[in-house]
Design a protein around this ligand. Structure first.
Ligand SMILES: Nc1ncnc2c1ncn2[C@@H]1O[C@H](COP(=O)(O)OP(=O)(O)O)[C@@H](O)[C@H]1O
Ligand SMILES: [Mg+2]
Length: 155
């Protein structure tokens, strides 16, 4: 079983959108997928409630229960766990990263957004976990995206 986390301490950058879309895509590719929702706002869990589909499972847990829940998913024969992160404290990001094989950090392209992302990247890098930055809300034209890519590569 693999564990993928979508993390950013910034809210509204597309974490839940990416987590739920990746979960459905992985399921369509034949994986058995569970989403673990560690956001107190529980957006992924609400998505599940209105979606009217049995799978992927969405489990809403306190971050402290993450280890136990990941083990339960492994025991149940899950292929892929996707952790949908929360715009909260550093220790939650640390905990989610610790349990993950790979971390996706979404960010908008505006300079304030890429600046905020650096805290999340620090936590992920401290634990030497492989990660990717995904640009979201990308404007269709203009210099901003190129500037954002250059700034992120610099990081
Ligand atoms: N790539 C995107 N482009 C445009 N709108 C997006 C994109 N990703 C998410 N959104 C919208 O932005 C809002 C916040 O997204 P969400 O996934 O809930 O962010 P987060 O989980 O990081 O708080 C939602 O209304 C969502 O539909
Ligand atoms: Mg969210």
């Amino acid at each position: 079983m693999k564990v993928l986390a979508v993390l950013s301490q910034k809210g509204g950058v597309g974490k839940t959108t990416l987590a739920t879309c990746l979960a459905v895509a992985a399921e369509q590719a034949g994986e058995r997928v569970a989403i673990i929702d560690i956001d107190p706002q529980a957006t992924a869990s609400f998505w599940k409630d209105v979606r009217n589909q049995e799978t992927p499972a969405v489990i809403s847990v306190q971050p402290i229960r993450l280890g136990a829940m990941i083990k339960a998913c492994a025991d149940a024969g899950t292929d892929l766990v996707i952790i949908d992160g929360a715009a909260v404290a550093r220790d939650v990001t640390f905990e989610a990263t610790k349990h993950s094989d790979f971390v996706i950090v979404p960010t908008k392209t505006a300079v304030f957004d890429t600046m905020s992302m650096t805290h999340t990247l620090d936590v992920v890098r401290e634990q030497k976990k492989p990660f990717a930055v995904v640009l979201t809300f990308v404007p269709p034209q203009g210099q901003e995206t190129r500037d954002a890519i250059a700034a992120i590569e610099e990081l």
